[in-house]
Design a protein around this ligand. Structure first.
Ligand SMILES: Cc1cc2nc3c(=O)[nH]c(=O)nc-3n(C[C@H](O)[C@H](O)[C@H](O)COP(=O)(O)OP(=O)(O)OC[C@H]3O[C@@H](n4cnc5c(N)ncnc54)[C@H](O)[C@@H]3O)c2cc1C
Length: 485
């Protein structure tokens, strides 16, 4: 049980509120454009201590804890760090997360913990994300993760389908209780979008790899890759439900959405996933048919969309030495779903932004490859079901942009394969799996789901939060099944 009681801490809040912020140590844009290494340096130990001392350790309710989907006990963790107890601090995060090294780097903190920080009402909020990332990396590089508890094997077997953050969290939590875990993964390597999506300049691939090695070596988790459950020749969900005591679906939402405009299939028009994995991963990590890299150097690249994926495509193109890189987004800057820090970094690295614009047609050149796109300007109408103002085309504003390469980063859908092969699995009209929101249990007993396949394409931290609920409910279910109580 996690305790949020911090009443025993003696805090000089007035002095703490006056400590100046420590900037995030970003590498200069011109330097980071020459490699795919992380775009920032981490805080050193002294800076961790000083920045953590800016937290005034609010009495309950603590807005940062409320705003974190995992409800990390941020004030207590930062208290330890401010005392120079870095490992103790990060281990407070582990009680609720275990993925601090990742969340510290990729969470849109300005919308979550830092957006709620009381200090942020007066000046820069406490840089919670950078503290979490820096302390967690320090832990991994010095002492490593804590040794898992020694528990007797339960003799029960669990199948996890998908090895993104949701699947990894369920595998870790249930393996620590003594269950035998097998993770099935469609890609050649485990990690989900942490590996086959988010580029190295945002999240060093060594971080998910370390987690996966820890699961294999310390917890005996077995990964079976190149195995897409329900595809021809592979086990079905029914097979796994039959063979295992419980099954978790952490299959994400990774099918690229289409624009349904003429010319979308022209050579030179890519979907974001294909573009990112081909340019960010070595060929041996890709299936044989996906190993040819797009030629980007010297090209005029247009990226369509305004989310995190679009920002990653812009920044990847810039690192591949594109001549011009433009983001084309149908709403205005205010509605852009991308995290603020990624958008600023993309701008700093040289990306241009065309707001309130949408392509209506991709036009081929003489060689048959995309050479231009016809666009139309938009205006904003009333809010739609997402709460954002609906973009409406302005007649007569059509214009053409010359391009050599287009990347469509306009959203994702869940894989429809389960709907086809397992029609009994209850899904909504978008193909998202219906679950009990408190337990993650699906319409079938013993089958649980969590992450993007339930939420729709969202965030690492929300996938973890859904998976944690499911892992807790699965633990109870397995115990009842074993003991009959
Ligand atoms: C380019 C990009 C950048 C992003 N940037 C950020 C960011 O900065 N911050 C942030 O918080 N979030 C970001 N996200 C979103 C984040 O990555 C996802 O919300 C998160 O990874 C979802 O976790 P998940 O475990 O539900 O699914 P995923 O990470 O998608 O993992 C699902 C796994 O299941 C596997 N799978 C699917 N079907 C099957 C099957 N039938 N059999 C076996 N395996 C299967 C898939 O191959 C995949 O490996 C980004 C996403 C993308 C695409």
């Amino acid at each position: 049980m996690v305790s949020y009681d911090i009443s025993h801490l003696r805090v000089d809040r007035k002095s703490r509120a006056k400590i100046p912020a420590n900037d995030i140590p970003y590498r200069p844009a011109e330097e980071r454009l020459n490699d795919f290494e992380e775009a920032f340096h981490l805080y050193d130990l002294d800076t961790i201590k000083v920045e953590a001392s800016r937290c005034i350790i609010c009495r309950a309710p603590q807005p940062c804890v409320e705003a974190c989907p995992l409800h990390n006990n941020i004030p207590l963790a930062l208290w330890h760090m401010s005392q120079g107890e870095i490992i103790e601090g990060i281990r407070v995060f582990h009680q609720t997360s275990g993925f601090s090294e990742i969340c510290g780097r990729v969470c849109p903190q300005e919308r979550l913990c830092e957006g709620a920080c009381v200090i942020g009402k007066l000046r820069d909020p406490v840089h919670i994300g950078m503290l979490e990332a820096s302390a967690a990396t320090y832990e991994r590089e010095t002492v490593g993760y804590p040794e898992p508890p020694q528990v007797a094997p339960t003799g029960q077997k669990v199948a996890v389908i998908g090895s993104g953050p949701a699947g990894l969290l369920v595998a870790e939590r249930l393996a620590k209780l003594g269950h035998s875990i097998t993770v099935y993964e469609a890609w050649p390597n485990p990690g989900g979008l942490l590996v086959y999506g988010i580029p190295n300049f945002k999240l060093d691939k060594e971080i998910p790899r370390y987690k996966i090695r820890y699961l294999e070596e310390k917890l005996g988790v077995k990964f079976v890759c190149n195995t897409r459950i329900c595809a021809e020749g592979n086990p079905t969900l029914d097979d796994l439900i039959e063979e295992y005591d419980a099954v978790f679906l952490g299959t994400g939402a990774e099918i690229d959405a289409s624009m349904r405009v003429p010319g979308e299939d022209l050579p030179g028009v890519y979907h974001a996933t294909e573009y990112l994995v081909k340019l960010n991963l070595p060929p041996e990590m890709l299936p044989p048919g996906m190993r040819e890299k797009p030629q980007v150097e010297g090209k005029r690249v247009a990226v369509i969309g305004g989310g995190d994926t679009a920002m990653d495509c812009l920044r990847t193109s810039l690192r591949m030495k594109a001549k011009e890189v433009t983001c084309v987004y149908r709403r205005s800057e205010v509605e852009m779903p991308a995290g603020l820090k990624d958008k600023h970094l993309a701008e700093e690295e040289g990306a241009h932004f065309e707001y309130l614009t949408v392509p209506t047609k991709f036009i081929p050149g003489e060689d048959g490859r995309v050479a231009a796109m016809e666009c139309i300007r938009m205006r904003l109408g009333e809010p739609d079901e997402s709460g954002r103002r609906r973009p409406i085309p302005i007649e007569g504003t059509e214009f053409t942009i010359d391009v050599d390469l287009v990347v469509l980063a306009i959203g994702y859908w869940p894989d429809p394969i389960f709907k086809k092969t397992e029609p009994w699995l209850e899904c909504d009209k978008w193909g998202l799996i219906k679950v009990d929101p408190e337990t993650g249990e699906t319409s079938r007993e013993g089958l649980y789901a969590g992450g993007d396949n339930v939420n729709g394409p969202d965030l690492v931290v929300t996938a973890l939060a859904g998976a944690r609920k499911a892992a807790e409910a699965m633990a109870e279910y397995l115990e009842k099944k074993r003991t009959g109580r």
